[in-house]
Design a protein around this ligand. Sequence first.
Ligand SMILES: Nc1ncnc2c1ncn2[C@@H]1O[C@H](COP(=O)(O)OP(=O)(O)OP(=O)(O)O)[C@@H](O)[C@H]1O
Length: 310
Amino acid sequence: MITLRGLTKRFGRTTAVDDLTVDIAPGRVTGFLGPNGAGKSTTMRMVLGLDRPTAGRALIDGRAYRELRRPLREVGALLDARAIHPARAGRAHLLAMARSNGLPVRRVDEVLDTVGLDARAAAKPGRTLSLGMAQRLGIAGALLGDPPVLMFDEPVNGLDPDGVRWVRQLMRSLAGEGRTVFVSSHLMSEMQLTADRLVVIGRGRLLADAPIDEVIAGSPVAVRVRSPHPAGLAALAERLTAAGAAVDPAGPDELTVTGATTDRIGDLAYELGVRLHELSPHGASLEQAFMELTAGSVEYAGTPTGGTDR
Ligand SMILES: Nc1ncnc2c1ncn2[C@@H]1O[C@H](COP(=O)(O)OP(=O)(O)OP(=O)(O)O)[C@@H](O)[C@H]1O
């Protein structure tokens, strides 16, 4: 269990983490989401005692990181896969970690095997590892002490589709063994497949802490409407807006409508004599739910290019 209580971190005038109170429970994968700069890495760093909270506490099974006698046996983490010695071989890196935590050498070979790094790959110096290999090595380091609590910051960065699927299965099986698995990712589709529960933050503040289905269900179903007649479509858009629906012109021959059922839209189109080529409901995705949740807390918002005002 990871317990955050009023956790706050300020860097000068920036509040990176703002009064976060959350329990991250064992036996499931908890996804940690937020726009760039939301405070995810800072939160994880505070759990690991790498950043000191300005206020509040971050506890691992009830204790602060600095109180853990053999930390690798209590919590394993992958924060930055590139944070390995450039000249040291992967296996030597893990051996040093094992020695300093009183872990047997055989654990090093076990975890290398688990993450699929063979003897040749494990003998390469850190600077020659691809990002994908460095991620696997970082995951091996997290697993080394067989800890009940695991944290991964963007673990699928740099992995190919097979690697992504492997990480997903690993996270699920670690949670299946009753461990606490806390994982950040900006790949929503991946999170939708991996996580049971989500903690969403924006500008350091808690925006959601709920089962993934609930987060997605909070977002309305959208209906795609296509017609070969732009003028008719514009008239339909006007009627729908007047009826209180939200209408987004997705293209010259297409609308995305929320707040009206397919029946209602079909009836209105019929009344207006607008021929439709498509009228289809689209279940909300995590991506859509995320965009809505975090709309007010994006630090660096891009502007659409080449488009007209919508
Ligand atoms: N050492 C530091 N000194 C000053 N500001 C910092 C420091 N570390 C983080 N910040 C700031 O704190 C905020 C949160 O950053 P953090 O890296 O925790 O966010 P994040 O959610 O992990 O972002 P990303 O998804 O981009 O990795 C940002 O505004 C960042 O600029």
